[in-house]
Write a protein that binds this ligand. Structure first.
Ligand code: SAM
Length: 245
């Protein structure tokens, strides 16, 4: 990958989290300036604090923002060109038309640099469903945690035991859908309102779109990227694309 990189002045990590994936690129990609972007500001501050101790000679900057609606980096991010980094399969949380709008903004923000992006590929439905409904119930806990957040942020009185996690692959839309399904009739109240749910009624909580490799390449080109490189695992279940902006 390092041999195929376009020239860049800064590595911009979109949804940096604990910054661990990006940090592994610092040496092989010879990164001088790192810009970590995340909506979760406190967590980002802690992650960058650790990185600063490990890389005292690098320029490290944190930017707290929600890039889903509009991606505009502050001037502190420094001049381009930039290598935009969007690992994992977060792009799958955008519907295809939204992904195109988002990638066009990433292309503009790269200022002539490039994009390194991960994408989860279409694979047998049973494999996908097992990943989103795992035996340890990790994804179920993640999904139901939404109800705890609704309780905390909006005062909504969800009883966690009234709801079960449901995940399935929607072939037509090429996406995993996650839902929370009411196990029994339930009334949810919050300050100023209430909503009755019938047993079996679902709240659609998340989509994760799965792409065919050639369709994702076409999407990148529609967003203005060129000189595409692509690496996959040997089963073609996951891809990493590098493209020039
Ligand atoms: C699945 S984690 C990935 C973390 C890290 N990049 C990795 O691959 O290990 C997604 C990260 O994106 C951040 N995030 C999610 N939506 C965001 C948004 N709209 N704007 C900015 N950051 C966002 C989350 O706070 C979280 O840290």
């Amino acid at each position: 990958m390092a041999r195929c990189l376009p020239l860049f002045e800064a590595l911009v990590d979109l949804g940096a989290g604990n910054c661990e994936k990006a940090a592994r690129l610092f040496a092989p990609f010879d990164v001088r300036r790192y810009v970590a972007v995340d909506i979760s500001v406190d967590y980002l501050r802690d992650s960058l604090g650790i990185l600063r101790r490990q890389h005292p000679h690098m320029e490290l900057l944190g930017v707290g923002m929600d890039f889903s609606a509009h991606l505009a980096l502050p001037t502190e991010a420094g001049p381009g060109p930039r290598l935009m980094f969007y690992p994992g399969s977060s792009i799958g949380n955008f519907a295809p038309d939204e992904a195109l709008v988002f990638l066009r903004q990433v292309q503009a923000a790269a200022q002539g640099g490039g994009l390194l992006i991960g994408v989860d590929l279409v694979k047998p439905g049973a494999i996908l469903e097992a990943a989103y409904d795992d035996p340890l119930q990790v994804t179920a806990a993640f999904n139901r945690n939404l109800l705890l957040n609704l309780r905390r942020l909006a005062g909504a009185e969800f009883s966690l035991t009234d709801w079960k996690h449901v995940a399935f692959f929607n072939q037509t839309e090429s996406r995993i859908e996650m839902h929370l399904e009411a196990l029994r009739d339930a009334t949810v109240r919050w300050p100023g309102g209430e909503r009755r749910f019938a047993a079996g009624e679902r709240i659609h909580t998340e989509n994760s779109y799965k792409w065919r490799r050639e369709d994702f390449a076409a999407l990148l080109e529609s967003a203005g990227f060129r000189d595409l490189h692509c690496w996959t695992d040997e089963r073609n279940w996951f891809a990493v694309f590098l493209a020039a902006a």
